[in-house]
Design a protein around this ligand. Structure first.
Ligand code: GTP
Ligand code: SPV
Ligand code: MN
Length: 603
């Protein structure tokens, strides 16, 4: 049974026959074409409430909002189950899990066979990027998860308008998704069906995505990491643009000049927080303004101003909940005030939501696993990777150009990560190539955003380690290559909000005070202030970095946060060895050379 929407006209033959074939192969009970309408959202959210996947939140506190609790085995991206299946192994490179496409296709054929029995297969046409953007990528996700459908409606342009754009023969990226939990006749469903065995598979050459076994986040909302990063990065390499794991934001100075910047931090390292930054009160009074274009993904290309231009291919946030509060990030709180899906946070007794760092812990909650929770029970109430899915248009400081197909012109690119030692609060690269070296060797403590260890430092070039759809060495080469096509190069910086003193205390207050770092970056881009030169780049001077009004802050703390320590950097350069060895065969010579130059400056 199928419901072809009237707007699906003229018929796109190859799409229709693919849908038909997949529905057959997966054994779906029904096929439902999604139009992206409010009525469809209402119907699906009602269905999700009935089936127990969703709990409707108190409509006075959070209108039209829901809580989902996932299976405890399905709470984050599964990097060790993520595959890049290029024809040649060398094209996936040493940092990706490679499988031969033929072998993988065989496995997938078997896994998907009958996997949707007893379920509806939804056809989700989506577009990443403004519909009129020349970079826009259309995908069609087939999924047996209505949870995924409603999330996709927030995260992308979804439904009839996309089918219209496709017309009768437009190109689309096929995205096949199943939670891998068929129902036998009469078998009762569970609130979060999924499969213990997961496959997140990319075919970068034929531009396809196949995802099996998970309903969570980047594993299942295939427009995000799979299409807008892994597949898009491969497309971008061929077409001379860049798909990056970056926030995009604007900063307006009291004089009225506006500077846009992007920042690449690894997962759960503060992109959403920085993208939504609200200036401290004293800055607001002076006239500083901030705007948000995107919080997770940026597509960049040499634009008509001669600068790199950036668009955010997404239309929503899939943001980390823990640590978000009215104090730390009011714009995020506002963004998720309604029309929001919360996943794996705690439920309050009055039908609201709570997580660690939200506010004073209430006496009683239902935790993310559905159990009673009291403030002295010793368990976390929310999963560390619990998230909110919220429409970007609800962000109070959304930039007026956030859906502009021309994007916004970028003046600065910022790299960074969680580094308890070594990395100063901020420094500036000498030039593009040196900046690419800094991004390439960027490291961070791992976080709960991916399954596995939390807290060990790993190299995460440009925060793209889990998201690059081809050989990482070639990707770094593409960055170097881009320089030739950009007339007005952005300046490149490195930041670290997470440096600690010997007692384990953060050396920088972070959050909205990060605006002071952005101020230094903007003034550097405008050539208005000097920094002092160190072997790693330019570092701010006490006198040209504003700490005015920062209570309890002093020169000593500043010097510690900004310090360049030879012994730490000797250890750093040694710890980069493994990374250079791993990429030995594809690492661009220029970056090897940067490493030599750096060691020479140190000596
Ligand atoms: P993904 O969505 O996973 O790509 O992550 P993201 O980079 O958007 O992460 P997000 O902004 O949600 O980061 C959340 C975590 O970073 C929370 O634990 C915050 O408390 C922490 N964080 C963000 N900004 C700061 C800061 O300035 N200082 C400190 N100390 N922690 C911060
Ligand atoms: C990340 O892990 O970088 C995310 C969340 O943005 S997810 O969409 O689950 O990948
Ligand atoms: Mn991310």
């Amino acid at each position: 049974m199928q419901n072809h929407p009237e707007t699906f006209n003229p018929i796109h033959d190859s799409l229709a026959s693919w849908v038909e074939r997949m529905a057959q192969h997966c054994g779906a009970d029904q096929v439902q074409w999604c139009d992206g309408s409010q009525a469809e959202w209402d119907r699906l959210t009602d269905l999700l409430v009935q089936s127990g996947t969703f709990i409707r939140l108190n409509p006075t506190l959070h209108p039209n909002s829901f809580l989902a609790r996932s299976n405890p085995s399905d709470t984050a991206r599964v990097e060790d189950r993520t595959f890049v299946c290029s024809l040649r192994e060398v094209d996936a490179g040493p940092t990706n899990n490679w499988r031969s496409p033929d072998a993988m296709r065989e496995t997938l054929h078997e896994k998907f066979s009958g996997c949707m029995r007893g379920r509806t297969m939804y056809v989700v046409p989506f577009c990443m990027g403004p519909l009129e953007s020349p970079l826009a990528l259309v995908g069609v996700q087939l999924t047996d998860s209505p949870y995924v459908v409603v999330n996709m409606r927030i995260m992308s342009h979804m439904g009839s308008e996309v089918l219209k754009k496709l017309g009768s023969s437009g190109d689309y990226i096929p995205c096949m998704h199943s939670i891998g939990a068929p129902l036998a006749p009469g078998q009762a469903d569970v609130p979060w069906p999924c499969n213990e065995e997961k496959y997140i598979v990319h075919f970068p050459e034929s531009r396809e995505v196949w995802s099996f076994g998970s309903g969570y986040g980047g594993n299942a909302l295939l427009g995000k990491k799979c299409v807008a990063l892994r597949i898009a990065s491969a497309i971008a390499r061929d077409a001379g643009w860049m798909a990056e794991h970056m926030l995009i934001m604007g900063l307006e100075t009291p004089e009225g000049t506006k500077t846009y910047l992007t920042a690449a931090f690894p997962s759960a390292c503060g992109k959403t927080n920085l993208a939504m930054i609200v200036p401290p009160e004293s800055y607001r009074q002076l006239g500083w303004k901030t705007t948000l274009v995107g919080d997770d993904i940026a597509w960049l290309w040499p634009g008509k101003t001669g600068k790199l231009h950036a668009i955010n291919p997404e239309t929503g946030f899939f943001g980390v909940a823990p640590g978000t509060s009215w104090q730390s990030n009011a714009a995020a709180m506002q963004s998720m005030s309604q029309n929001t899906i919360f996943t794996n946070v705690a439920l309050t007794d009055d039908g609201g939501v709570w997580w660690e760092g939200h506010s004073e812990p209430p006496a009683h909650l239902i935790d993310w696993t559905g159990l009673d929770w009291t403030s002295n029970c010793g368990r976390l109430a929310a999963h560390p990777n619990s998230r909110f899915t919220a429409p970007a248009g609800q962000c109070p400081n959304i930039d007026s150009h956030w859906q502009d197909p021309d994007g916004v012109p970028i003046d600065a690119i910022v790299f960074g990560g969680r580094r308890p030692t070594t990395m100063p609060l901020v420094f500036q690269a000498f030039d593009w190539t040196h900046g690419v070296f800094l991004g390439a060797t960027q490291g961070s403590e791992t976080t709960a955003a991916a399954t596995g260890n939390v807290g060990t430092v790993r190299r995460d070039p440009m925060a793209m380690l889990p998201f690059c759809g081809y050989n990482m060495g070639d990707y770094l080469g593409h960055w170097l290559e881009m320089r030739k096509n950009i007339k007005r190069l952005p300046r490149i910086f490195h930041v670290n909000w997470f440096r600690k003193n010997s007692n384990g205390k953060f050396l920088w207050p972070g959050f909205r005070e990060n605006l002071r770092v952005l101020e230094w970056i903007v003034l550097r881009c405008q050539g208005k202030i000097a920094g002092h030169e160190t072997p790693i780049g330019w570092i701010p001077d006490w006198k040209s970095f504003s700490t005015e009004g920062l209570e309890g802050y002093n020169r000593e703390l500043f010097d510690e946060a900004m310090s360049f320590r030879n012994e730490e950097w000797l250890a750093e350069i040694t710890s980069q060895n493994d990374f250079f060895l791993k990429l030995y065969h594809s690492m661009p010579k220029e970056l090897m050379c940067q490493r030599e130059l750096f060691m020479a400056r140190m000596a």
